[in-house]
Write a protein that binds this ligand. Sequence first.
Ligand code: SF4
Ligand code: SF4
Ligand code: FES
Length: 350
Amino acid sequence: MSAPIVLQIFRGESDAGQEQRFEVPAVEGMVVLDAVHYVQANFANDLACRWNCKAAKCGSCSAEINGRPRLMCKTRVDEFADQEIHVGPMRTFPLIKDLVTDVSWNYEVNKQIPGFTPAPNEPVPYRMLPEDTERVYEYRKCIECFLCQDVCHVLRNHDDKSAYYGPRYMVRIAALEMHPLDTRKRTGLLHGKAGVGMCNITKCCQEVCPEHIKITDNAIIPLKERMATDVYDPVARIARKLRPGRASQPGSESPDGLAGATPPQRFAVKDVVRLKTRGRRFARVGRVLPDGKLEVWILHMNGKVQHWDGPKIVRTSEVTNNYGPLDEVGIGSKLVEQYITEDHAAEQQH
Ligand code: SF4
Ligand code: SF4
Ligand code: FES
């Protein structure tokens, strides 16, 4: 029979409390949440812990296990052979009791983000290409466990919740900004209240995400690039003066206190866009011209091979959606080859 597991569980309320030692019989396949439940059932009926699914899907059982933010239901006790297992509450949020923290600040932040906004004339039911849905699928895997918020040093060490929404909400904003049917711009919000500039790309959030969302690589960095283009790019500034962007049009300013924020420019170099007048064609932005028009390279597919034809000048009114900057592979990661061709004649035929 294997030795009992030694748990050191934090007990206390508000700022006062200390660890209490428990011994729990080891059972094969046991996770930390099982051990905590054993303690609740046998030694400490008043031990407070939050959980729901026990399947790593509800995001309720977040805690700090041996100093690392983790889901209790996804952490096996045999990972800690011959070690005591220290279980404590997330430290970034106010403690309610024992392992339960008050995470309501996150829900308040969530309310400040303008939701999904399709074009008024977008036909319903909404239709999207499979590659479009793949692009946003990663962000939609979030289970709101707030482990990334817990580990983020901007929120945790500096307790600066007024300056930064945190990685979870960068993921949500990315899901909206890169949604193929969303038309709203949120770069003014990112630059202002959401505080994307506070993130210094340490990637700690990405390391603890139980859904393996590449929070920094696929959400925060693209949002930073987009925000920087909109707010700081001098060419984009000139273009905005010549041709005001969407956010400066009547009724387009978000209702979240962004007055005074620099009106965002909708397009940046390397953004992938969908062209209205060319069916469901994708194009990659090569340049944003001073008059606001776009020089684009238009995507043609031949099986899994991409051809980017161009350059072609299009008006921004020809663009239905802006997907944001994609990596060098382009749309989706399953494509094996891509070619850039200067083929105006070929483009005319389509
Ligand atoms: S990468 Fe940014 S959001 Fe993530 S933990 Fe570091 S500072 Fe916070
Ligand atoms: S992004 Fe990952 S770590 Fe952050 S709340 Fe969502 S699932 Fe949890
Ligand atoms: S109990 Fe649902 S994620 Fe752990």
